[in-house]
Ligand binder design. Structure first.
Ligand code: IPD
Ligand code: CA
Ligand code: CA
Ligand code: CA
Length: 276
């Protein structure tokens, strides 16, 4: 926190501009038809030509503007830098939605200071564009979070049973078994579950109050870096169990009281599923 910072605001503007250009291009590609390149970790884990082209474009635009910064992207683009800042990018979050032409896919761009690891990094700014919906979410450290320029705020529910909770599943079928066991234990305690297919969008939905909470396991830095700063600047807590920071094992995002209730409900379920 600590109020507005012109440097963070500049980074936020760059993230917004690059997300805008990359998202417009990805939408144009989608309208021309998707070309599937193959799959990664499993047959469900697909990658399209647009994923790769969008990451390349984002990388070029960022490197033109800030040649000394490092870069880390889902589709393998990584380069080191000398400034201490790293751009963490998911060119298309929600690739399966993109493939099926479901509007819930997003371009996610964040910039962090320090090692690109959620345990130690300092998130400085992030932007998430949802091209099909014409929505851009962004935040800067200490500068608040906005949707299309208007401030947004995470929404508490009065109790867990009136909380709408978003979640997602990884591509590994073995791990999905544990994740669905947890979901099965949780569903009767909450208002309902949403599975949007984009972790970035789920975090934006926490930030804007479209859901009360989000949790997921096995999410990578590019899935949640931008969404985490947007959710935090909108008043949400983002972390793991017991005050730990968010990580690959678990990420929970919700405004404080809802977070505490969801954490309490999830802990025994994670214990039984032995995910943590
Ligand atoms: C996926 C989405 C999905 C989440 C998966 C992610 P991708 O990212 O964010 O919502 O449940 O864990 O891998 O592959 O579409 O960029
Ligand atoms: Ca992703
Ligand atoms: Ca992706
Ligand atoms: Ca992917």
């Amino acid at each position: 926190a600590g109020g507005e910072n012109p440097h963070h605001n500049e980074l936020r503007s760059l993230a917004e501009r690059v997300a805008g250009d990359a998202g417009a291009n990805a939408l144009k590609l989608r309208r021309a038809g998707v070309s599937l390149l193959g799959s990664k970790s499993s047959p469900e884990d697909v990658v399209t030509a647009a994923d790769r082209e969008t990451e390349t474009l984002i990388r070029q635009l960022i490197q033109e503007a800030r040649p000394d910064d490092a870069f880390l992207g889902e589709e393998g683009g990584s380069s080191s830098g000398s400034s201490g800042l790293t751009w963490i990018v998911d060119p298309i979050d929600g690739t399966v939605n993109y493939l099926y032409d479901i509007p819930a896919w997003a371009v996610s761009i964040a910039v962090v200071e320090g090692d690109p690891d959620p345990g130690t990094w300092r998130l400085l700014a992030g932007a998430i564009l949802v091209p099909s919906l014409g929505e851009i979410y962004s935040a800067a450290l200490g500068g608040g979070a906005t949707l299309n320029g208007k401030p947004i705020k995470a929404l508490e529910a009065p109790n867990l049973s009136l909380s709408l909770v978003a979640t997602g599943f990884t591509y590994s079928s073995e791990r999905r078994t544990g994740q669905t066991a947890i979901l099965n234990g949780l569903i009767s305690s909450v208002r309902d579950i949403r599975r949007s297919g984009s972790a970035a969008l789920d975090l934006c939905s926490v930030a804007s109050g479209r859901v009360n909470a989000y949790y997921e396991s096995y999410v990578n830095p590019w899935d949640h870096a931008a969404g985490s700063i947007i959710a935090r600047e909108a008043g949400a807590v983002v972390g793991g169990f017991d005050g730990n920071s968010e990580g690959y094992d678990l990420l929970i995002a919700a405004p404080p009281a809802t977070y505490a209730r969801l954490e309490e409900a999830l802990k025994p379920l994670y214990g039984d599923a032995s995910i943590l």
